[in-house]
Design a protein around this ligand. Structure first.
Ligand code: NOJ
Length: 564
């Protein structure tokens, strides 16, 4: 591969600002805390940070409801604190990518306040307002977070559209003034030196202007899961609300804007549709491979089929991008655990993420094996998407409060958003003992799931993750090599090669997804492999391909010489 771009070889680490590090001891993460933890991140070995929204917000959707696009949430600090964080990250060679929420603002944004103040306000057309129909909403469109996508505004007698919560009105992207204002915000951060953006909810930016009723038969009262906007099968139900004409032109325009800046700024789309790569270099640089992770469990057949499908679907110059955990789904450890072999499975999945072809994204806390937070009371839930669902389940669908609570606790996105566990001390060292963190800290900080304890233990999940990151950093085949699946018939282990012809490197990756020893032989010609990493601490330096044994859940990564 000829001179890869930084975002192709980087490992990204997603910081959820509210939960990462609390610098001023108020129970809420902030920039002072994040800046202090940059040494930790540098030592971990990540290359870039994706920062979930850090803008002023009423926090009804945890910051994805923005009330000012060019400022910093006071809870998190000031613009000066942001600049310090950015400079300090850059001085450690860590890039910083921000979250860009184009689809909607908060209903508390001055733009929306003006827009809803009267029908002839100059900002009225900045949002999507329509007349009702037969005493109800303009059509049968549904909000992804449940209920109708339209909310009636008493003062002006019209409905406004929202693909998500009613407190997140959709901006009207067909209005050039909206586009100009948003591009100004983009330039504001690019001028400050940020390295790019992760684009939130891009599929919903445009809706069909004629408002045809959905024909899918999906009723607004039905509940999609809180992660529905990552799932193609759900998006298809909302046929006139997602992926409407105009989106590709918009992405091209944004790409041209970003390309005016030096330093290869990157655009990462929260969407799986490879069409948003455009030709491969005229729309988005990276799109998440959500089909890989959106399954209850990963099987070797699923992974293989996913790679075969995804890698061939990409336009020629496009680069893949994988994630196995983020702020909207269950934590990697919990999601892929089986209750008996969780530690081994978490390592196996981390190894998969860091050896597949493509830019990997790690969610903060997954490096120490944080697990889902278990809440028991509705009053503890902060995720408004599921609170809205609770209301619909109990009020509109007559589900009993106990059953509705069970559903909500099992699906709330709060599960993966609990504060990072830094130490074995009260509140996991996230905030002082006498302060209540914004979400409870998972109690397992006291049983080894914390950074400080794991730093001391060479066999910890954290140190395993560090070793993987350092291996990837120094191995061109793992960073940029092609992917070639081996032993396609196996149902228990995954075997693949990563080749980098230019660097003359080739790497064999073997991941045993079963709890049984696998005996196999590989026909790889004259290669004599050197072990680079083995989760079972193999003593031998080189392997025999004729009689290879993989221990239960073993991770085995080997260098091949000479290159085939
Ligand atoms: C996708 C984000 O990942 C999610 O957290 C948010 O609720 C929705 N977009 C709406 O902004």
């Amino acid at each position: 591969m000829s001179s890869p771009k930084w975002w192709q070889t980087a490992v990204f680490y997603q910081i959820y600002p509210r939960s990462f590090a609390d610098g001023n001891g108020d129970g809420i993460g902030d920039f002072a805390g994040m800046t202090r933890k940059l040494d930790y991140l540098q030592d971990l070995g990540i290359d870039a940070i994706w920062l979930s929204p850090h803008f002023p917000s009423p926090f009804l959707d945890c910051g994805y409801d923005i009330s000012d696009y060019t400022a910093v949430a006071p809870e998190y600090g000031t613009l000066e604190d942001f600049k310090t964080f950015l400079e300090d990250a850059h001085s450690r060679h860590i890039k910083v990518v921000l979250d860009l929420v184009l689809n909607h603002s908060s209903d508390q944004h001055d733009w929306f306040k003006a827009s809803r103040s009267s029908r002839d306000n100059p900002k009225r057309e900045w949002y999507v307002w329509r007349e009702g129909r037969n005493g109800g909403p303009p059509n049968n469109w549904a909000s992804i977070f449940g209920g109708s996508a339209w909310t009636y505004d008493e003062q002006t007698g019209q409905y406004y559209y929202h693909a998500f919560l009613k407190e997140q009105p959709d901006l009207n992207w067909r209005n050039p003034e909206v586009k100009a204002a948003m591009w100004d915000a983009v330039r504001f951060w690019l001028d400050m030196g940020v390295d790019g953006f992760r684009l939130d909810a891009l599929a919903t930016i445009y809706e069909h202007p004629d408002l045809p009723d959905q024909t899918s038969g999906y009723a607004a009262e039905e509940i999609l899961d809180a992660n529905a906007f990552h799932k193609d099968e759900y998006l298809k139900l909302l046929e006139f609300q997602v992926r409407q004409p105009g989106l590709h032109e918009l992405m091209q325009e944004l790409r041209s804007l970003v390309d005016e800046y030096s330093g290869d700024r990157v655009l990462i789309g929260e969407d799986e549709d490879v069409a948003f790569y455009g030709t491969g270099n005229n729309e988005l640089h990276l799109l998440f491979n959500f089909p890989l992770v959106n399954v209850p469990k990963l099987t070797v057949q699923h992974i293989r089929a996913n790679q075969a499908q995804r890698l061939t679907a990409l336009p020629p110059e496009a680069w893949p991008c994988n994630t196995l955990g983020h702020h909207d789904i269950s934590r990697l450890w919990t999601h892929f655990g089986d209750g008996s072999n969780d530690a081994a499975l978490a390592k196996l999945h981390l190894a998969l993420l860091l050896t597949l072809k493509g830019t990997p994204f790690i969610f903060n806390g997954d490096e120490i094996g944080m697990t889902d937070l278990e809440l028991s009371k509705l009053s503890e839930v902060k995720d408004s998407a599921v609170l809205n669902q609770y209301y619909l389940l109990t009020e509109k669908l007559s589900i009993t409060p106990a059953k509705a609570l069970e559903t909500v606790l099992a699906t709330t996105r709060d599960r993966c958003r609990s504060p990072l566990q830094w130490e074995n001390s009260a509140n996991g060292g996230f905030c002082p003992a006498d302060v209540s963190p914004w979400l409870p800290v998972n109690k397992n900080y006291a049983t080894g799931v914390n950074v400080a304890t794991q730093q001391e233990d060479p066999d910890s999940h954290l140190n395993f993750c560090k070793r993987l990151l350092s291996l990837r950093k120094t191995n061109e085949a793992l960073r940029t090599g092609d992917y070639q699946a081996l032993h396609n018939d196996s149902k228990t282990y995954l075997a693949f090669l990563r080749h980098d012809k230019q660097a003359g490197q080739s790497c064999l990756v073997m991941l045993n997804f079963s709890d049984e020893t696998q005996r196999l032989s590989l026909d790889l010609g004259a290669n004599s492999p050197n072990i680079l990493m083995s989760s079972t601490n193999r003593k031998e330096e080189s392997l025999s391909f004729e009689t290879l044994e993989l221990a239960p859940f073993e991770i085995l990564i080997a260098q091949l010489y000479p290159l085939r």
